[in-house]
Design a protein around this ligand. Structure first.
Ligand code: 6CS
Length: 350
């Protein structure tokens, strides 16, 4: 009962905030006739984490390039509701820009769920980023699917390889049998864990620390920087270097808003998106490296780090491959074509 009241309050606050934000977003004309733009950029992460730092750098560059004409306020996760609420805000124009994880759009853009497929990308992160940058399957065909929902992905980029944490070692698919795994909001992510025999539960990351601490869920997946910065390792005994997937984030803009901008302003935005590709890659690489060290050296909350062997990863891969068939059957012909094209692109890149 208490939980329900809290949830209702949360939704009401998010709704009121979104109305205020819609009212605030503006374009104004200064004394000498110059237009200034005031936009909002919401992220799913907090200060110091990759998405927030990306958005802050993006805002700074656009402000400088436009000689102060473009002002972007960056919002960290927490103030504007859950990750799913943030996607809704982007669609309605309550914010102009957002970093969105496809894992929170699975019930809307079903084709975007392909990022939930384990062992789809390669083990070479730099190559994976190149594929994300250049893929026609993603940058043309998947992008079209998002645009139907008023979301324009401007770039797909990685926040690093995904690792598992748990209250027990997870080294074989059998270890997942009955395991209460936290996931993002996407039917295919759930299916990927059911393929190992797990019992997955969708949750916002805002509730994850407490849920792990209280045993509501027993484990989760994320890049190392996020595990450390969100302190999940404090309430988990094991971290498996599983690299079963890559974490993909999308830089997105409201489609109608972008289409209504003058072409020179659109160009500035697109140019900045391009500049941010290597910046984002370096940011995640540095944070993942540094924070692995922080987990290793944390004596107060020791975490056993288990590197899965290639044989162990292969056992998971065998269980994960049939989930591709499930994706094809559930998502339909366009999703099948996008996935097949992406697989061909990944093979060609290797
Ligand atoms: O686990 C999650 O849901 C969160 N993980 C990352 C790396 N970024 C934001 C997201 O919501």
């Amino acid at each position: 009962m208490f939980f329900n009241k809290k949830k209702v309050l949360f939704v009401v606050i998010a709704f009121v905030l979104s109305l205020l934000l819609v009212a605030c977003g503006s374009e104004s004309t200064g004394g000498e006739g110059e237009v200034t733009y005031n936009w909002k950029f919401v992220t799913e992460e907090q200060q110091g984490q990759v998405q927030y730092e990306y958005a802050a750098e993006f805002a700074k560059r656009l402000h400088e390039k436009s000689d102060g004409q473009i002002n972007i306020e960056v919002y960290e996760f927490g103030g504007l509701g859950s990750e799913v609420n943030q996607v809704e805000l982007l669609q309605s124009g309550g914010v102009e820009f957002a970093i969105v994880s496809p894992g929170f759009t699975g019930t809307m853009v079903s084709e975007g769920q392909l990022f939930a497929l384990h062992f789809l990308f390669t083990d070479d992160m730099q190559l994976n980023q190149k594929i994300l940058d250049e893929s026609e399957a993603l940058n043309v065909h998947l992008t079209e699917k998002y645009e139907k929902f008023n979301i324009k992905p401007l770039a797909y980029w990685t926040e690093g390889a995904m690792q598992w944490t748990g209250d027990r070692p997870l080294t074989t698919p059998d270890d997942f049998v009955g395991f209460k795994m936290r996931t993002q909001t996407s039917p295919l992510i759930l299916r990927s864990y059911e393929a190992y025999g797990a019992d997955p539960t969708e949750l916002s990351w805002g509730e994850l620390y407490t849920s792990l601490q209280q045993g509501v869920v027993q484990g989760q997946e994320n890049p190392i920087f996020f595990i450390e910065d969100a302190k999940f390792h404090e309430v988990q005994d094991y971290m498996m270097i599983s690299e079963h997937n890559i974490y993909v984030a999308m830089t997105t803009v409201n489609t109608d808003f972008f289409a209504g901008l003058p072409s020179d302003i659109q160009e500035l935005i697109l140019e900045t998106v391009e500049e941010m590709r290597p910046v984002a890659y370096e940011m995640q690489e540095r944070m993942n490296d540094e924070l692995l060290g922080a987990i290793e050296n944390n004596d107060r909350h020791p975490t056993e780090i288990i590197n899965l062997t290639s044989e162990q990863r292969e056992a998971f891969r065998e269980k994960a491959i049939p989930v591709r068939e499930f994706f094809i059957n559930e998502v339909g012909e366009d999703g099948k074509k996008i996935l097949e094209m992406l697989i061909a692109e990944i093979e060609a890149a290797q």
